[in-house]
Structure formats: structure tokens, C-alpha cells
Ligand binder design. Sequence first.
Ligand code: NAP
Length: 486
Amino acid sequence: MESHLYEVAIIGAGFSGIGLAIKLKNEGICDFVILEKANEVGGTWRENTYPGAACDVKSHLYSFSFEPNSNWSRVFSQQKEILDYLIACTNRSDLRSQIRFGWVVQKMVFDEHRQCWCVHGANGAIIEARHLVLATGPLHIPNWPGIKGLQQFGGEKFHSSQWNHDYSLNGKRIAVIGTGASAIQFVPEIQPLAKQLFLFQRTAPWVIPKPDGMISGWKKKLYEQIPLVRRVYRNSIYWMNEIQVLGFTSQRFWLRLAEKLVINHLRRHIKDEALLSKVTPKYAMGCKRILLSNNYYPALQQPNVEVVTNAIKEITAHSIVTEDGTDIPVDVIICGTGFHVTDSFQFADISGRGGRSLTDVWQNGAEAYLGTMVHGFPNLFFMIGPNTGLGHNSMVYMIESQIALILDCIRKLRMKQSSTIEVRMEIQEAFNRDLDKKAVGTVWNSGCVSWYLNEHGRSAAIWPDFTFRYKKLTKNANESDYIWTA
Ligand code: NAP
């Protein structure tokens, strides 16, 4: 065990962890350590290297407000450019010496006597810190489909977030399971390589055109030389996205209008009636994440692609068998089946006050205060915790709001000379019941099955309101909401 007691330990060096570390340093809080399981920073943007991986939020907004970049090459950046941006942010703030790479966290235990967190690593090491921040993100535990026989499949198989770049897809019979945000990006990229591509679709997604393109040199120069222009552009993206909340919540007719436009667009571009019927969504737009692509539908219309809508019954050594008995021989199965989202924190072994495990506390579903703190777990902060996800705007905005809250908590702890902060149970409870009320009548609760809902059907992932309201709530830690221990 290290003898040093850090002020803050951050787990994960993705957008959340790096952003928090930069702001801690700016605040003069330099006694922190970042524990990162991989050998580089970047989180989801390091792990997801599948062909075509890109962001569906415009780059000038999908970046830190305090680390602006005038040189984004595209309106919607691709994975490599976002990863490079995070690496550059890390290097500029000289964070590398504070990151322990290859450090896999096994369990986290709150030591009540010493009022600190003990973080146990898979390497047997223990790191202690007064504050612990879980910046692990919700998109890092692959959701493998529980399909009978998948394990026994004799060909190649991988998950979209663990892409096997050593395996050549050239001339192969490829099965893709899932038609979510990742699959609609990689299917158009691998379709030209495939001998045949079978796309197993359970639910047709809403896919709208992506207003993408290169950003011209003169615009980059303008952003660089007149930062106000860049800020105005960033704000305009934010407000154009933010206004959509009305359609998701109180004024659903806007989404119904958008649905009509998208269906017309589909009808104009897909001439094959059978395919059109397969890919026409059957649920309210926005209930699952709305996807952006210009090349997904063109790819589906290529002669080597078949969209299979019959449910998968089982997988044999060399084929996929559907419920109607059709046996489809394939060489490789690629699972674009998403991640464990609402239950992602349950994969971590966390014990709070009284040795109570987080898994026990969350057995009826994950709930937190402002998606950041949980009663019974003093000095523990979740980033992108329950009910902080978005279907319409930039997650970096939510991350920055959480950073402000965490910093203010630490600031006030120092000021009050308290050793722990813990949200009051009744405050956490009232906050979540209010979220439940807000979720009623929203599109996310309109009947589709999505990872926005937990296994009890509660909307546990989405922030069901304007994001500027979240920012306002997280600007300062309201002292009476917490128990402060001397
Ligand atoms: P996803 O959007 O959750 O999609 C998973 C897909 O797999 C869905 O089509 C789902 O069908 C299907 N599926 C899941 N289990 C299945 C099973 N047992 N049998 C058959 N089909 C199954 O996952 P993702 O595409 O990996 O994306 C995850 C999240 O990552 C996104 O929602 C987004 O937040 C993020 N992402 C973001 C970007 C970006 O540009 N910012 C890009 C990629 C990913 P059902 O719809 O029927 O459940």
C-alpha cells in the first residue's frame, strides 16, 4: 500500500476524468491521481476503433469549453481526431505523470475510521484518497447478446468496441447483429468488402441525414483569430440542439412532424418496397437515440446486403438460424449490440458506509443525486451517473456541469474543514421522484424498449429536462442538501 493519502483519486482517463483533472489543476488542487485500465487516455474514443467511428454531435460543441480547438477538420469529427484532441488536452495540462496506466481497479472500500477511500487494484496495490471520482463512463462494458450457441460459433466473432483489425473481412460472409449507433456507422464501411453482409435487425432505428462536411481553412483561421466567432458558433450549435428538448418532452407534435419528413425521405430514397417496410421504424422517433447517417441506407441497397428481420433462434458452429428455420452460413459475426449502460456501475465492487455495497443499494435500480452522489457513499462522485445521459445534446456539457459541482463540493469541504460530504437521503429521494414525474409523457417513456430504461422500466439514463437547468443545479453545492462531517 502506498503511504500517501491523495486528495482525489479519479478512475478513468476519458472525457470526464481528463476534464476533471484539468479543472482540479487550474483550481490549485494538484494532489490527485488518475487510475486508467488501458495504456492511453481517451476512454470510449480510444476503445471504439471500428471503421467509420465518428461522433454524432458537432465537434465545436463536443469538446471542452475550456480547451477550445479551432482546427476541427470536420463538422462531425471522426474517432481518431477526438482521441488526438484528448491526448493533446492531457499533454497540454501535463497530466501524464499523474496517470497510472494499466491500473485495473478491482474494488473500492470506504474506510469509516480514517474517512477515506481505499482503491484496490488487480495488481494487488492499494491507493488511498479522501475523494473518489468514478469517471468510467457508461459505454465501456460490451453487451454481448445472450443468443444460444454464440460461444460455440466456430468462425471469427467480435464486438464493435473490440474490433479485430487483424481479421480481413475481404470476401467474407459477414453477419452483423444490431442496428444501433455503432452498426449504422460501420456497416457502410465494411459492405464493399463483404461477399455477403447479413444485417440482423431487431428494431428499425430512426436514421436522419447527417449535415457533415469538411471545415474550410478560412473558417478555421477565423475561429483561431476571432475566438468570439468560435464561441458564437459553439453556442448556436448548443441552442439548435437544446430546442429539441421541447419535442422530446412537452411538445411531442414537433417530433411527429419530423417523423413525417423522415418517412418521406426514406420513401424517396428506398425503391425496394420490401426493404422500405423492413427499415421503416415502428416506434415514436426519439424513444431510442436518433441516428445520423448519409451512407447507411445506400449501403443497405447494395446487392450483397440482406436485412434480416426474423429473430435469431440460435447460432451453430458455422451459421445463424432464424426463428423461421432459415440457416444462414457465415464466416464472421460482428456484434453491434451496445453496452451495459444503466447497470454499468454495478460491475464495480464499491462498499460505502457500514460496508454497504452499491450493488445492494441499487438492487431496485440506480439512483443518485444530480447523477453524481449517492447517500451512504461519502466523498464518492459519479461522472455520467444515473439520469445524466442525453439524446439530443453534447455529453461534454453535462460532464462540465458535474465537474463544477465536484469542485464546489471539494472547495466547501476545505472551507468548512469537514472531512466528508454525503447527500441527505430525503434530498436524493425527492430529486429522483421529481425526475420520475418529469419523465411521464416524454418520448423516452412512450413504449419502446431502450437502454434509457432500466430493468424495472424506470427512465434511469436520460436527463429529462433542458441541460441548462442541470447546469444551474450543479453550479454550486447547496450546503443544506448534504451532511458535512468534521
Ligand atoms: P445501441 O445503440 O444500444 O444499439 C444496439 C443494437 O443492438 C440495437 O439495434 C439493438 O436492438 C441490438 N441488440 C442488442 N441486443 C440484441 C440481441 N440480443 N439480439 C439482437 N439485437 C440486439 O449500441 P451501439 O450502437 O453500440 O451504441 C451505444 C451507444 O453508444 C449509443 O446509443 C450512443 O450513445 C453511443 N455511440 C455514440 C456515437 C456517437 O456518435 N456519439 C457513436 C456510436 C455509439 P434493439 O434496438 O431492438 O434493442
